[in-house]
Design a protein around this ligand. Structure first.
Ligand code: RB5
Length: 153
């Protein structure tokens, strides 16, 4: 389970399209005392999103981080790349309902956001819901397991 508890590390990364929003998210999380590991990019110069997606998902796979946030222009490229990595359930979301329910029902461990799609107000609310919502389990276990079995086909 990817429930986020006090003391857990959150891995974050973006490309140039998500850089500004990533910085706002980091500031917001640090204000709340969340331990954040920033995997770049570190300025607004162009960088390829798969490179960053690999670093953030690598931190989750190794156990260093419990959850991840990836930001690109749309959130879509990051989610496609992240979902190629075994053990990753990445959700590209643009509103709060999905950010909450992807934790409740999908036990998602990566939230992908579009820096060119949403503003910081909505994004920060989504981040709070994502890290504070616990996976519901129950009937969803069977479905999440079936999704993860696809990795072994
Ligand atoms: C970069 O221009 C852009 O393609 C990227 O940020 C992202 O939106 C890809 O899905």
């Amino acid at each position: 389970m990817a429930d986020f508890n006090k003391g857990d590390v959150l891995a974050i990364g973006s490309d140039h399209g998500g850089f500004e929003l990533k910085q706002s998210i980091i500031e917001h999380l640090k204000e709340q005392g969340v331990e954040v590991r920033d995997f770049g990019c570190y300025d607004s110069n162009s960088v390829d999103y798969p490179e960053i997606a690999l670093k953030v998902t690598g931190a989750i796979k190794s156990g260093e981080a419990k959850l991840g946030i990836l930001v690109c222009g749309t959130g879509i490229g990051m989610s496609i790349a992240a979902n190629k990595v075994k053990g990753i359930r990445a959700a590209a979301c643009s509103e709060t309902f999905s950010a909450k329910y992807t934790r409740l029902h999908n036990d998602s461990n990566v939230l992908c956001l579009g820096g060119r799609v949403i503003g910081p107000g909505v994004a920060l609310e989504m981040v709070d819901l994502f890290i504070n919502t616990k996976y519901e389990g129950g009937r969803h276990d069977r479905r999440v397991s079936a999704v993860m079995d696809i990795e072994n086909l």
